[in-house]
Ligand binder design. Structure first.
Ligand code: DSN
Length: 479
């Protein structure tokens, strides 16, 4: 066992003893979560396993400090250590991604997107409006002028990828505030190829003239040409915002470069830090100098006080992402997704877009006679953790869906390679081919429940255990 694994083991044993003395059920849940994660094939595309260094950084007294404001300009005294933490996190983010400016405070991806929306509105709407009124601050506007500005804020347009093509809720959809703040339209994908059609998108942008063009996805299994996206945004006077939450690790690891790297092309880039980037739960905003002053006002405009312990863990994760080992990891994530997709295609499965060139594989389960929800629960019965997802023009809607989304970041962190992912495809096809819709009370096949043929769950769990035992999670960490 390495020295650091030994140290992590001792740290967790001690921490759990302390927690157990106060609330044993929580200590129990923490232990069980490790067991569950160790014993299941985790294929949720947005999940990963952070390093012990990242995990340990989250639990300390930095959590107890209030620090609203920005580095060197806080609304509380005594923030010198938080200033160090935020400075280091932002420095790593800027250098890792080659960004002009980085803001490490957002608590989540939704918060990072809120900061970006606010920043774009401030830069594009508020600042010009105040300049025209000849005043320095919104507080100096009279009530009539404020009413005019408020209407302008609430009358802006956003163009983002549709949910069933792989877009995200925060890109203008009604269950999220973005769908209420903005007039939204969506771009989809080509009905035949299921790939982004940049010409159709450009035509839509010309007609709709959005203030914000949002690029990025949470279920599109392909790379995006951000240079083209920027051309479209420039042509119609839009701000290009890229939400790279899903693929930030592939950008950090230089798998996505040139036109596929959003940072040189977008005005603002947002991300979470816990998906392919393998850090703590949290968000990050990268911006050009032009947008930096308004991004900086994220707290208290749309964010509560920064979570200093989480910014510290982001700094540690970003430092890890700057190593050659992380680059190899990121390349392996993409190689493994290809192996997984090829494994499915050889076994007759249907994949949205016909394959992948990022970390996501989206299996259309219609031809197994299942809904996404049935496929998800049949797989869970066999110890394979996935999530159901819409496919383009999904006949089963957003609740039952017709797809299962899979991702390679987590199991790649455990050391799985192409051969293991081919085996994973075999196991998943075994489950899907042996699952059927359970009848409803009236006897007709339903959309919710499944029946898995006898013996399949045990067979798949046994084969998974062999793979998982060969690639232990947190080797040497004993609780
Ligand atoms: N929940 C994340 C995902 O699964 O893609 C996005 O917010």
């Amino acid at each position: 066992m390495s020295d650091s694994a030994q140290l992590a083991s001792t740290s967790y044993q001690s921490a759990l003893k302390v927690i157990e003395g106060v609330e044993p059920r929580i200590a129990g849940a923490i232990r069980s979560e490790l067991t569950d994660q160790r014993e299941s094939l985790k294929l949720i595309a947005s999940e990963n396993y952070a390093s012990p260094a990242v995990l340990l950084t989250m639990g300390n007294w930095l959590s107890d400090k209030y620090a609203e404001g920005t580095v060197g300009h806080r609304f509380y005294a005594g923030c010198q250590n938080v200033d160090t933490v935020e400075t280091v996190a932002a420095e790593h983010a800027r250098e890792l991604f080659g960004a002009e400016y980085a803001y490490a405070q957002p608590h989540s991806g939704i918060d990072a997107n809120l900061v970006a929306f606010w920043s774009i509105l401030a830069h594009r709407v508020e600042t010009p409006e105040l300049a025209a009124a000849g005043v320095k601050s919104m507080n100096d506007l009279d009530e009539d002028a404020w009413e005019v500005l408020r209407k302008k804020f609430g009358n802006q347009r956003m163009l983002g990828m549709s949910l069933d093509a792989g877009g995200h809720l925060t890109h203008g959809f009604r269950p999220n505030i973005s769908g209420k703040m903005f007039h939204q339209r969506s771009y989809g994908t080509d009905p035949q190829t299921q790939l982004l059609d940049y010409d159709a998108l450009a035509a839509q942008a010309r007609e709709f003239k959005p203030l914000i063009l949002v690029a990025g996805y949470s279920a599109y299994p392909r790379r995006v040409n951000f240079a083209k996206m920027r051309e479209i945004a420039d042509e119609v006077g839009a701000t290009l915002m890229v939400d790279m939450a899903h693929f930030a690790g592939l950008v950090a690891g230089k798998v996505f470069t040139g036109d596929e790297d959003p940072v040189p092309h977008a005005h603002i880039v947002t991300t979470t830090t816990h998906k392919s980037l393998r850090g703590p739960r949290g968000g990050l905003v990268l911006a050009t100098e032009e947008y930096a002053p308004s991004v900086d006002r994220g707290c208290p405009m749309v964010l509560g006080g920064p979570l200093s312990h989480m910014m510290a863990a982001k700094a540690v994760a970003l430092a890890e992402a700057r190593t050659p080992q992380f680059r190899s990891y990121a390349q392996q994530v993409a190689d493994n997704a290809k192996a997984l997709a090829d494994g499915f295609l050889r076994r007759g499965a249907t994949l949205v877009t016909g394959g992948t060139d990022n970390h996501i594989v989206l299996v259309d389960v219609n031809n197994y006679g299942l809904t996404g929800r049935q496929a998800e629960s049949a797989l869970l019965e066999a110890g394979v953790v996935t999530n159901r997802n819409s496919v383009p023009h999904d006949p089963n809607g957003a609740w039952y869906t017709s797809g299962v989304r899979l991702g390679t970041p987590a199991l790649t962190s455990r050391g799985f390679g192409a051969d293991e992912f081919d085996k994973v495809a075999e196991l998943i096809v075994d489950v899907l081919s042996n699952a059927t819709p359970a009848p409803t009370k009236s006897g007709v096949p339903g959309k919710a429940k499944h029946i898995l043929a006898d013996g399949v769950a045990d067979r798949v769990r046994g084969a998974s255990a062999e793979l998982l035992n060969a690639h232990p999670l947190y080797p040497g960490l004993e609780l």
